[in-house]
Design a protein around this ligand. Structure first.
Ligand code: AMP
Ligand code: ZN
Length: 290
């Protein structure tokens, strides 16, 4: 088989795109996607990339660093071996690449960890902590934009989950680019890999020799999103392009839907935006939520 781009001998078959490529054009393909994203949304300035130590966020950091000035942020969530290993990998990657890394030990600094919650709640608590701290740390350090490594696999599973649960507000707020609202202390959010597959970030890291966390967080398998991801992966055997189709069809549909903006006020404790008097993060660290 021949590479779709250069016509020379193909080295890989990207199954979920039905695409044959050579190694050089596989890298070009991902770089062009990220470059197009940056141009389309006019992303500029210094970006803070939130990295977990997993393949997606490290691929995201590596690809963005080719086009923009980047720093990285890693939150150590106090989840035993998993967090220790994640932190080590993030530190080593950033040192090797000469990228500044902001490292926050959430358990020590804020006395909170998803570990202290039931396994059913842990993932949603972890989400609250990550969303809040990523925004606050970026804002306090003068960044206007945070990038995350969310992939097409993440988006497709979130779209299905929010749809099935009837969370239409959340559903229609899912998008690859959210503008900053600095007057509300909200930095912008970008997902440059929203149309890249996890299979491809894994491949990218392996080919580039980027070490990524292979242990999984012990709570992950209980999350509904993980179960949807498994179903979608299974479906790709018959419908290889299903994840990319879910994402692109949804984004086309969402273009015409304007979700109501939540009425935000500032948290009485921390001063960051919330729809309540006290934000969920402050409630968590005060022990009001369990
Ligand atoms: P997840 O919520 O684990 O699916 O991760 C989604 C994205 O959030 C990742 O691609 C990262 O960009 C970011 N992220 C996840 N965990 C962390 C962490 N511990 N520290 C910083 N960013 C993270
Ligand atoms: Zn607060």
């Amino acid at each position: 088989m021949k590479c779709k781009f250069c016509g020379k001998k193909a080295e890989f078959f990207l199954r979920q795109r039905k695409l044959y490529v050579c190694k050089a054009d596989f890298f070009n393909f991902l770089e062009r996607k990220v470059e197009r994203f940056i141009k389309k949304y006019r992303v500029k300035g210094k970006i803070l990339v939130a990295i977990s130590g997993g393949k997606d966020s490290l691929a995201c950091l590596s690809l963005l660093s080719r086009f923009l000035k980047v720093s990285a942020l890693h939150l150590n969530l106090g989840l035993g071996e998993f967090s220790k290993e994640s932190q080590r990998i993030c530190k080593e990657f950033c040192k090797k690449e000469g990228i500044d890394l902001i490292l926050v030990n959430v358990k020590e600094e804020f006395k909170v960890s998803p570990k202290n919650f039931s396994r059913k709640k842990a993932c949603s608590i972890c989400g609250v902590i990550k969303r809040y701290l990523t925004n606050r740390i970026a804002f306090e350090n003068g960044f206007k934009i945070v990038a995350t490594g969310h992939t097409a696999d993440d988006l497709a599973s979130m779209i299905i989950l929010n749809f099935l649960s009837g969370n239409f507000d959340l559903l229609f707020r899912l998008k690859p680019y959210t503008e900053p609202s600095l007057d509300l202390k909200l930095v912008g959010k970008i997902k440059p890999l929203y149309n890249v597959l996890e299979e491809e970030t894994e491949f990218f890291c392996k080919l580039k020799g980027i070490e990524f966390v292979s242990v999984k967080c012990k709570f992950e398998r209980y999350a509904s999103q993980t179960k949807i991801k498994e179903i979608l992966n299974d479906l790709t055997k018959d419908l290889p392009q299903i994840k990319l189709q879910i994402v692109s069809n949804f984004l086309n549909l969402a273009k015409n839907v304007k979700p109501e903006k939540p009425k935000l006020k500032f948290c009485k404790i921390c001063g960051y935006p919330t729809i309540r008097d006290v934000c969920r993060f402050c409630k968590l660290i005060k022990g009001y939520e369990n």
